[in-house]
Unconditional design. Structure first.
Length: 173
């Protein structure tokens, strides 16, 4: 007799990598609660007793550089920073989209981990989640449920709704 080990199981020796879409979480926390995300709690909750291999935060740098102390704080938590400059277009539109960068890094890192944790509610990541699961990886999504794509929630092996414990995951603005 044998048993099949489910891909939806968390275990102590599990190797995890975390990918944090900082802009997505920042804007959700601000819009829903007028607060900031507690990235230390986010990382600790995500990893739990498992083995963290790598954690990445995808951030945007402005011309003023006012975000530097925030970047330093993430680095002190052991999170690797991926920085993109804010693009300003004629007419005042601003953009700094990390979707492709996060997807590429997750696919490359999937070779050395058992679980990918995506901290974002962006439905654009559904194809990434499906691809990673088809590669035999467990995929967990952490985000504010009220601003998360319902299809993204459904496609993940596990969804952690940050709305359910705002005292833990939010800081004063």
């Amino acid at each position: 007799m044998f048993s099949i080990i489910s891909n939806s199981t968390k275990y102590k020796n599990q190797r995890v990598a975390m990918f944090i879409d900082v802009q997505n979480l920042y804007h959700s926390a601000r819009a829903l609660y007028q607060k900031r995300v507690n990235f230390k709690e986010l990382l600790e909750t995500a990893v739990g007793d498992r083995q963290l291999i790598r954690a990445f935060a995808y951030v945007v740098r402005t011309k003023t550089g006012e975000e530097r102390p925030f970047f330093d704080a993430l680095t002190k938590l052991g999170i690797e920073i991926r920085v993109k400059d804010l693009q300003e277009y004629y007419g005042g539109m601003k953009k700094a989209d990390w979707d492709v960068g996060i997807a590429v890094d997750a696919i490359k890192t999937a070779e050395i981990v058992d679980t990918i944790i995506l901290a974002s509610g962006d439905g654009d990541y559904i194809p990434l989640v499906e691809y990673l699961k088809n590669q035999g990886r467990r995929v967990e999504v952490m985000a504010f449920g009220r601003s998360t794509s319902s299809k993204l929630r459904e496609s993940a092996d596990e969804f952690v709704d940050l709305d359910e414990n705002t005292k833990k995951f939010l800081l004063k603005a």
